[in-house]
Ligand binder design. Structure first.
Ligand code: SF4
Ligand code: SF4
Length: 69
């Protein structure tokens, strides 16, 4: 249903998107961007897991996330 795309080079690893996703589809793992921040990653198990609610994109202070339906 929904899909998000992240510009991980802008991510600062704050975790706000992780905390707001009602589907728990975003994690911060051991991947780092070129600035050395741990970055968020989107890990849906099924195509319809993401509801395209945009909460993650709205809370991100660094405009990392775009949401597509
Ligand atoms: S759009 Fe909503 S459901 Fe999809 S990843 Fe973002 S917060 Fe989660
Ligand atoms: S809210 Fe934005 S900057 Fe913070 S971890 Fe998520 S994608 Fe990265």
């Amino acid at each position: 249903m929904g899909k998000i795309v992240m510009d991980i080079e802008r991510c600062k690893g704050c975790g706000y998107c992780v905390s707001v996703c009602p589907q728990k589809l975003i994690n911060i793992n051991n991947t780092y961007n070129r600035k050395g921040f741990p970055v968020a990653s989107f890990k849906p198990e099924k195509d319809d897991d993401c509801k395209a609610c945009k909460l993650c994109a709205e809370i991100c202070p660094d405009v990392v996330i775009e949401v597509y339906k």
